[in-house]
Design a protein around this ligand. Structure first.
Ligand SMILES: Cc1cc2nc3c(=O)[nH]c(=O)nc-3n(C[C@H](O)[C@H](O)[C@H](O)COP(=O)(O)OP(=O)(O)OC[C@H]3O[C@@H](n4cnc5c(N)ncnc54)[C@H](O)[C@@H]3O)c2cc1C
Ligand code: SF4
Length: 472
């Protein structure tokens, strides 16, 4: 374990953010890493619990106490090897994971969990700096061909695992660049895209063939893929946004978050916006409807674009500031979460329902809202109007898009409209077709997508070879 008495002697200290007044002037990451000594001190706090709940809290089951100990002892290279044995892309999770591991850390019982995510990020960043991360091409080829559709974290991790097992892997992506929501959803200020590019280069050197700007179901038929590949993995995400069908929804100025956010990521990358008209928050009263990561990202992006005011509306009541640890730990608690974007100057209002969008000359000018009681019923006489000339709907995602890929293949769907497949075989109802990530489990997290991609790869390898060398 780290230092035997570390948790008694050393206080929790985490990465800080650059001041809001500075960071809102650009789109770069603004997290200030701990020093090497600071990171080792934090790793020393790990108690190496008899039952490490953090293992289970982490969806990829990172072996957290092991690499905490290695970092404490200064063996960063072995810590990186260990970390990569369970997670293909720790630099993604080390930046954007909500860290359920920290919620389940035993030290979280007293609200001072080990800074697991920060240590994870420090290990992998150091490994890249030192040149320890290299392509790992297979030593032999199996002669089997696998097509993966979608290059988000699920498709990327599935592809990397299968290529390392010796299969010929082709990754199809409809967008100009790989990465899925890592590339076009999550803003650069949370995850700079150079991290994705580095991994894509690594994967190309391992044999993965990327086919970008290739929409399966439009540019290539799914039946042609079924004919020319031994297996097809569906990793196309859950792209159908939840709409708000209130009167006035069709007014100019009301958009889905995922119409707004990808444009800014494309601007930062110098990529053309395509045929869509530019959506900008500059000089506007912006209202973001819906909490969660997507809502926060809309806030941070609007503030950077120069919005006059940003308000976030949430239909649910204000969650408690502190959870009841005795009732909740080691599970993920529902509690008030304040993101870096909230701190940059957004107002939040809870238990509010949108009644209708108001407009003039076809453009939105405000939102009529009503407050809800604790049974989620509208409170009579509590109606109020908020000025709005840009409204961003960030209420989550319903399911994958059915037209094209899914309907052409005819795969069975589960009750929520996701592709039906279990988490052992990851097999869909159609022979040779597998599914993973948000397309299978519904809207989720990067770390879950990585887990599913890895496990789906092991299931495909086993289906093709009769046994698998890949870890689950
Ligand atoms: C704005 C936003 C912010 C988020 N922030 C966080 C965060 O901070 N932390 C976190 O853990 N999670 C976050 N998430 C959730 C996380 O990004 C997703 O859960 C994760 O990316 C899902 O991975 P995936 O690989 O299953 O799908 P995706 O990342 O959605 O990738 C699917 C890919 O498939 C492609 N595709 C789909 N259909 C086809 C087709 N027919 N042909 C070719 N290509 C196709 C798509 O273009 C896309 O590139 C966020 C989500 C959003 C929308
Ligand atoms: S991937 Fe997420 S849950 Fe797992 S150790 Fe890293 S931050 Fe924690």
């Amino acid at each position: 374990m780290g230092k035997v008495t570390g948790f008694l002697e050393i206080d929790r200290a985490d990465r800080r953010y650059a001041p809001a007044s500075d960071r809102i002037r650009h789109y770069r990451e603004f997290m200030l890493p701990l020093s090497e000594e600071g990171t080792r001190n934090q790793a020393a706090r790990c108690m190496n619990c008899g039952i490490p709940y953090c293992h289970n809290g982490c969806p990829v089951n990172n072996q957290i106490p092991d690499w905490n100990d290695l970092v404490y002892r200064g063996d960063w290279r072995e810590a990186s090897r260990n970390l990569h044995s369970t997670n293909n892309f720790p630099e993604f999770t080390g930046r954007v994971c909500p860290a359920p591991c920290e919620a389940s850390c035993t030290l979280n019982i007293q609200d001072t969990p080990v800074t697991i995510k920060t240590i994870e990020c420090a290990i992998v960043d150091r490994a890249w700096e030192q040149g320890w991360i290299k392509p790992e091409p297979p030593t032999h080829k199996t002669g089997k061909r696998v097509a993966i559709i979608g290059s988000g974290p699920a498709g990327l991790s599935c592809a990397q695992q299968l290529a390392r097992a010796g299969h010929e892997v082709h990754l199809y992506e409809k967008n100009a660049q790989p990465g899925g929501l890592l590339r076009y959803g999550i803003p650069d200020f949370k995850l700079e895209k150079r991290h994705i590019e580095r991994r894509v280069e690594q994967m190309k050197a391992e044999g993965v063939v990327f086919h970008c700007k290739t929409h399966v179901g439009k540019d290539v038929t799914s039946t042609s893929l079924l004919e020319s590949f031994d297996a097809v993995a569906l990793a196309g995400g859950a792209e159908l946004g939840r709409d708000l069908p209130a009167p006035g929804r069709d007014l100019y100025g009301v958009y889905f978050a995922m119409e707004f956010l990808p444009q800014q990521n494309r601007r930062v990358a110098g990529e053309p916006l395509g045929t869509n008209e530019p959506i900008l928050a500059s000089g506007k009263h912006v209202v973001v409807i819906g909490g969660g990561d997507t809502g926060s990202d809309c806030i941070g992006t609007s503030i950077r674009q120069g919005a006059l005011k940003v308000t976030q509306l949430e239909i649910m009541p204000t969650p408690p500031k502190v959870e009841d640890k005795m009732m909740n730990w080691p599970n993920w608690p529902v509690k008030l979460r304040t993101s870096s974007s909230h701190e940059e100057g957004a107002e939040r209002d809870f238990a509010v329902m949108t009644k209708r969008f108001e407009g003039e000359n076809g453009a939105v000018t405000g939102i009529e809202c009503v407050r809800l009681d604790d049974k989620m019923k509208p409170i009579e006489g509590s109606e109020f109007t908020i000025k709005a000339d840009l409204v961003l709907l960030a209420m989550g995602f319903v399911s994958p898009i059915k037209e094209g890929l899914i309907s052409d293949l005819g795969v069975a769907l589960d009750g929520r409209g996701n592709v039906q497949a279990d988490t052992k075989r990851y097999a869909s109802s159609v022979a040779k077709v597998f599914a993973c990530g948000d397309m299978r489990r519904g809207q989720s997290l990067v770390v879950w997508a990585i887990r599913e991609g890895r496990q789906c790869a092991a299931a495909i390898d086993e289906a093709l070879m009769g046994e698998t060398i890949l870890p689950r």
